[in-house]
Ligand binder design. Structure first.
Ligand code: SF4
Length: 274
């Protein structure tokens, strides 16, 4: 008998676009066509680490835990949306993904918010998408539930783990948060996922923090991407200078081989697409 898909979850938006982050490192899907499922809710924004999330958050709408509606792209890449009500079932969501599938689709990106926050829903979603042959890309920043991550990690093909430095202000104790994020990298790597780490840097990022992050990535052999913060209205942090960017990539070079160090800019923001 066919098993019923029972899980419902909260999603903020679903659309087709191109992965705009990640440079050309192992684990990155930079420049490849993806369907983005932006799951709702972010534990960091909810204050689990003592702050209200990253000061430069580029998807603040996805911080809401249970949004009333989901924005669904009408046609793949059309950037026009209709609304449906949350919560959504896994079966409904997979049908939407099927509908947005294009001949050049590389993978489905599970992003957020934080896609691991609704772990039971994510686990069933990952299973169903895998059964249909989709490659899966996970964009994650934090979960307390490492067992939950282990449950789904063997179904994920690519992953980007955001590691926050002190300037992101994502936690009162930034190093404790970074340690957890590095553990997540290890779990994904052990499961055979092509994983890389991404650090958003700003004019306030310090060499001390970056030495720590780079040394840990070097120790675990996790490729590391540096991404200058994208300026936005009201954000006090500024993009780092060119001198700062290259001094940081050179710090990374003290711990990692050159092929595992990259510079990423948010290309989708530059060309004004989703
Ligand atoms: S982890 Fe992601 S969604 Fe949460 S506050 Fe930071 S950037 Fe925003």
């Amino acid at each position: 008998m066919k098993k019923e898909l029972t899980k419902y979850g909260f999603v903020q938006e679903i659309f087709s676009s191109f992965q705009g982050e990640g440079a050309s490192l192992s684990g990155s899907c930079y420049g490849l066509r993806q369907i983005f499922i932006r799951l709702a809710g972010c534990p960091l924004a909810l204050g689990v680490c003592g702050t209200k999330g990253c000061v430069w958050c580029d998807s603040p709408k996805a911080q809401t835990l249970e949004p009333k509606f989901i924005l669904v792209e009408k046609e793949a890449g059309g950037q026009e949306f209709y609304k449906i009500e949350n919560p959504i079932s896994v079966a409904q969501l997979v049908a939407i993904v099927d509908n947005l599938r294009t001949s050049d689709l590389h993978s489905v990106s599970l992003t957020g918010g934080e896609p691991l926050l609704q772990i039971d829903f994510a686990a069933e979603l990952v299973n169903e998408l895998k059964k249909k042959g989709y490659l899966l890309y996970l964009e994650t920043a934090y979960t307390e539930d490492l067992l939950g991550l282990k449950r789904i990690s063997n179904k994920i093909d690519y992953a980007c783990v955001d590691i926050k430095d002190r300037s992101a202000q994502s936690a009162k104790d930034w190093k404790k948060l970074a340690e957890q994020e590095l553990k997540m990298c290890k779990i994904l790597q052990k499961s055979g996922v092509k994983v890389f780490a991404k650090v958003v840097i700003s004019n306030k990022s310090t060499e001390e923090d970056f030495h720590y992050i780079s040394s840990m990535c070097g120790k675990y052999q996790i490729p590391l991407v540096i991404q200058p913060v994208t300026p936005k209205k009201g954000l006090e942090l500024k993009s780092p200078t060119w001198n700062k960017i290259k001094s940081f990539t050179e710090i990374a070079g003290e711990y990692l081989p050159p092929e595992n160090i990259g510079l990423s800019v948010q290309v989708h923001k530059l060309i004004n697409i989703l």
